[in-house]
Design a binder for this molecule. Structure first.
Ligand SMILES: O=C(O)CCC(=O)C(=O)O
Length: 271
């Protein structure tokens, strides 16, 4: 998939572009089966809700390690995501900053307060907000199930210093100061990122986004793949987070083939 000039223009203006049903139902089924398998694993790169259901799993794209998943690796290297990420970053040589599978289980899945991802990544030492995140829905995403929201164009505000959000029962401890948020929300109405399973959204590292509680009876599973140009690696940061949230291998990724994702199912069945 190559993005059209109009889609690239949308991204420059709004900070995101949506690609409806980029992955087929059969491919999504492979990824859901992988998610079920990961539910049974214990690892440092896994977070759970109070009821024991998965909240998030990191490093699912890796070739090895406890959370490695051939299906999610194939998705992360699929030309359908890598080519648009190359166009939007303007860089052919990308590596994966991290991958994160967010589950938002039915009734339990909680709030991600409004934030810009680069707020965190700058503290990791990343020189510039040049990353592009590809989110792919593994379930149909509706507003009631804790949909992701974007504030269109907010990436153009640049990086805003985040503050600790005591009292807001969010998963992420830091968010934007209320007055800056109010200003951004007055400029543009937020957009709910809803759609059919398999839909992808690519978004800018400075785009303000967040999501509410999953009040539905259905899980809201979404995978996030963060691509970063190899010439924008983290330098010495304020802190040293684990490799599963901030990768240290800056070897340019090798793009896979679009058929690889379905083939991982055949390989799993044969083994
Ligand atoms: O999955 C979501 O609803 C939001 C996740 C998010 O913004 C994050 O992990 O930084």
């Amino acid at each position: 998939v190559q993005l059209s000039d109009a889609q690239i223009e949308d991204y420059r203006r709004d900070g995101f572009v949506i690609l409806p049903e980029l992955f087929t139902p059969a491919e999504v089924a492979v990824l859901r089966a992988e998610t079920d398998r990961l539910e049974g694993i214990e690892a440092e790169a896994i977070r759970r809700e109070h009821n024991g259901r998965l909240r998030s799993v990191l490093r699912v794209h890796a070739a090895d390690g406890p959370t490695a998943s051939p299906g999610f690796r194939a998705l992360s290297l699929a030309p359908r995501l890598v080519q648009p990420a190359r166009q939007l970053t303007g860089s052919t040589d990308l590596y994966i900053w991290h991958t994160k599978l967010n589950l938002k289980p039915a009734f339990e899945g909680g709030i991600y307060a409004w934030h810009q991802d680069y707020g965190t990544w700058q503290r990791d030492g990343a020189p510039a907000p040049r990353m592009v995140t590809a989110m792919v829905m593994l379930d149909d995403a509706a507003e009631i199930s804790g949909a992701l929201y974007f504030i269109p164009g907010s990436q153009r505000l640049g990086h805003i210093r985040h503050v600790h959000n005591a009292g807001l029962h969010a998963i992420n401890p830091d968010s934007l100061p209320r007055e800056r948020l109010t200003e951004a929300l007055r400029q543009r109405d937020p957009v709910a990122v809803t759609g059919k399973a398999g839909t992808a959204a690519l978004f800018h590292a400075d785009l303000i986004h967040g999501s509410g509680h999953n009040m539905s009876a259905h899980d809201r599973r979404q995978i996030y793949v963060v691509y970063n140009p190899v010439d924008n690696p983290p330098r010495q940061g304020e802190r040293d987070r684990p490799e599963w949230v901030c990768a240290r291998d800056f070897t340019p990724l090798t793009m896979g083939r679009d058929q690889d994702l379905l083939q991982t199912r055949a390989l799993a069945e044969a083994s």
